[in-house]
Design a protein. Structure first.
Length: 178
């Protein structure tokens, strides 16, 4: 096909699209009366989830705060008597968050998750600082069955070394000696 013919064809295709839209019934979604259902992977308000036993998933490893490009996550780690780590306090400043989702990607326990809930605007900027009690919910979010301590190989009441799912028995180093 000659270049001139190709140009005419492309032009005709463009005009055809314009013409098609000219006669289409307009769709008006009147927010906030109508809220369009958003996909589950939409990146908005952040939550902290629990494992299927109801325990806090967050082990206060600081990975999310380290990866956050705007440094809006802070926490203090501590440990329970049975060896499980958790965050004594956990804070997200949503006035700085850019909802990039990197914290969720970095989290080894599936604790921190972004949700489709985007209506978090406030007049007073300080009310956008969420504490752990504002973030922690009662279920597992997108990953309901996952329980980090059943896989992690960390000694807790979930099991000792070698008892976790897909974990090999510990090697007796003395048996390797000549
Ligand atoms: S979504 Fe991005 S900016 Fe917001 S807390 Fe997570 S890593 Fe930080
Ligand atoms: S939310 Fe996840 S990445 Fe952040 S401290 Fe807790 S376990 Fe680590």
């Amino acid at each position: 096909m000659s270049p001139a013919l190709e140009a005419v064809k492309a032009l005709a295709a463009g005009f055809a699209t314009t013409l098609k839209h000219l006669f289409r019934k307009p769709i008006t979604e009147e927010y906030p009366e109508y809220k369009r259902p958003l996909p589950q992977r939409t990146r908005a308000r952040i939550i902290l989830t629990r494992d299927p036993d109801g325990g806090e998933r967050c082990v206060a490893c600081y990975l999310c705060s380290a990866v956050c490009p705007v440094s809006c996550i802070s926490m203090q780690s501590t440990e329970r008597e049975d060896g499980r780590r958790y965050a004594a306090w956990f804070r997200i400043n949503f006035s700085r968050c850019i909802y990039c989702g990197l914290c969720e990607e970095a989290c080894p326990t599936s604790a921190i998750q972004l949700t489709p809930e985007f209506e978090t605007c406030e007049r007073d900027i300080l009310t956008l600082v969420y504490e752990k009690e504002d973030l922690l919910i009662d279920h597992g979010g997108k990953d309901k069955e996952y329980n980090f301590y059943k896989y992690a190989g960390v000694v807790t009441k979930e099991g000792v070394k070698g008892e976790h799912i897909k974990e090999s028995k510990p090697v007796d180093v003395k048996s390797n000696l000549p």
